[in-house]
Design a protein around this ligand. Structure first.
Ligand code: UDP
Length: 471
């Protein structure tokens, strides 16, 4: 039996994409065994345990191997990314043991790992296991990180102080302040870890990307032709997406969420959906401003609201408590908008919502899974980035792919009610909004074709598997 080991980083978004990759491999090549290494959650990663149970029960060829817990002082880290890098670094000896143990009874055909998991690279190389990177963001992020060592060499400044436009082959011009948030400061641990990953990237056996060939064609061409890695050869790229979360991510209940019932009673493509990923939080002041803007836009809306971030440092990575809508929203807002809007506390079934016929637009934080889910549902976007590589994704979505409108924020990230009102109106009720909608619908059709029999992603997966020397 040939085994493929998948090594996702902590975080539900990363885990779900990896699991979907495993399922896609099994769907087309059921003779593999898939083992997924899990770094135990030491912070808010969503309900990983119940998700793992559901996947294990549904797909017997996928097994999970929990690595021993590692101890972290959460409040000593500057960001979630720093926490993840450290958890991965501390888990490295356990990854070594796990790979050795798995190798006792089976051949490991490939190790496919998340970009956070770079410390495992030297282990897999020593053990002679072909190692691939799996990118849970787009080809565009991949292109950027391939080129990152070149940028690093050409300046001594931090991106946050560069105040210029960064040019990467295949990508639209990127304002230096819009690169991935964790690498803004050259002196940070996160910067060093991402640079390390970027240096290992070209040494891998290939890049597997959760995207499809016709979504980012210019960028894909630049990467494939080697333009993003002037230092040497570029390993092959396999776009095998979109890999989207399926049924088993739900809460295991057959109850229809109340927001979906409300959507049933709304006109077709009339509702704008506002949802900001698994970690997107707004201040009290920003939430009130969004409310005012939405009310003034006079558009129908479905809005997921979370409590503002905790002042208490030790609670930064824990799920926020249920929001108190009466204190967070302007007085009388819920009453005045009850015929036009619906507010959901904390979490909505996003995939089901986006695929509901009443949804006509999506205000998103530009997390890559959200972007792919919107494309899959043919829903045009307003791009409102908050953390990670989301500002970078916005540049790509707005300037190159033309699937989103840009929200304009002040330097400190604040967005006024007028801006919310204008962008929501523009998306839902203007020629520009309509042309973005039309383009998104074209991409929806292409996404579906990509993963069908003979589609580009299915062919890419077949090519990947062909490249493994099966024993
Ligand atoms: N999500 C959801 N309901 C919510 C918020 C998020 O179902 O209220 C899901 C969303 O569908 C997506 C994932 O959480 O699959 C978020 O992933 P993404 O990459 O967009 O952003 P991240 O949370 O990693 O920043």
């Amino acid at each position: 039996m040939e085994t493929i080991v998948l090594y996702p980083s902590p975080g539900m978004g990363h885990l779900i994409s990896m699991v979907e990759l495993g399922k896609f491999i099994l769907k087309h090549h059921p003779f593999f065994k898939i083992v997924i290494l899990i770094v135990p959650p030491s912070f808010n990663t969503g309900s990983t345990a119940s998700y793992i149970d559901r996947v294990s029960a549904a797909t017997k060829s996928i097994t999970f191997r929990q690595l021993p817990p590692v101890s972290l002082e959460l409040d000593s880290f500057s960001s979630m990314e720093a926490v993840i890098f450290e958890a991965i670094r501390l888990s490295n000896p356990h990854v070594h043991q796990a790979l050795q143990h798995i190798s006792l009874t089976t051949t490991i055909t490939a190790l496919i790992m998340d970009f956070f998991c770079t410390p495992a690279f030297s282990i897999s190389t020593k053990l002679g296991i072909p190692t691939y990177y799996f990118c849970t963001s787009g080809v565009s992020s991949h292109a950027f990180f391939l080129y990152f060592p070149t940028i690093h060499r050409n300046t001594i400044k931090s991106f946050k102080d560069l105040n210029t436009i960064v040019h990467v082959p295949g990508l639209p011009p990127i304002p230096s302040s819009d690169v991935a948030k964790p690498i803004l400061d050259r002196a940070s641990t996160e910067y060093a870890c991402f640079l390390d990953f970027s240096l290992y990237l070209p040494k891998s056996a290939g890049f597997i990307v959760n995207s499809f060939d016709s979504l980012e064609p210019k960028i894909l061409k630049a990467v494939s032709e080697g333009s993003c890695n002037p230092d040497g050869a570029t390993p092959p790229v396999f776009c095998v997406g979109p890999l989207l979360a399926s049924e088993d991510r739900g809460g295991g209940t057959d109850d229809v969420h109340e927001c979906l019932k409300w959507l049933d009673s709304q006109p077709s493509q009339s509702v704008v959906f506002l949802c900001f990923g698994s970690l997107g939080l707004f201040s009290d002041k920003q939430l009130k401003e969004i409310a005012i803007g939405l009310e003034k836009s006079e558009q129908r809306f479905l809005w997921v609201i979370r409590s503002p971030p905790s002042e208490d440092k030790s609670k930064r990575y824990l799920p926020p408590p249920e929001p108190d809508l009466d204190s967070l929203l302007p007085s009388g807002f819920l009453d005045r908008t009850k015929d036009l809007g619906f507010v959901v506390k904390s979490w909505a079934p996003q995939v089901e919502v986006l695929n509901h016929k009443s949804i006509g637009g999506f205000v998103t934080h530009c997390g890559w899974n959200s972007v792919l889910e919107a494309v899959w549902a043919g829903v045009p976007m307003v791009a409102w980035p908050l953390y990670a590589e989301q500002k970078f994704n916005r540049v790509v979505l707005v300037e190159d792919l033309k699937l989103a409108l840009r929200i304009n924020e002040s330097e400190d990230g604040f967005v006024t009610a007028e801006e919310v009102e204008s962008r929501v109106r523009e998306l839902m009720d203007s020629d520009t909004g309509e042309s973005i909608r039309k383009r998104t619908k074209e991409k929806e059709a292409e996404a579906k074709a990509a993963i069908s029999e003979g589609g580009s992603s299915t062919v890419a997966l077949a090519n990947l598997i062909k490249s493994w020397k099966l024993g």
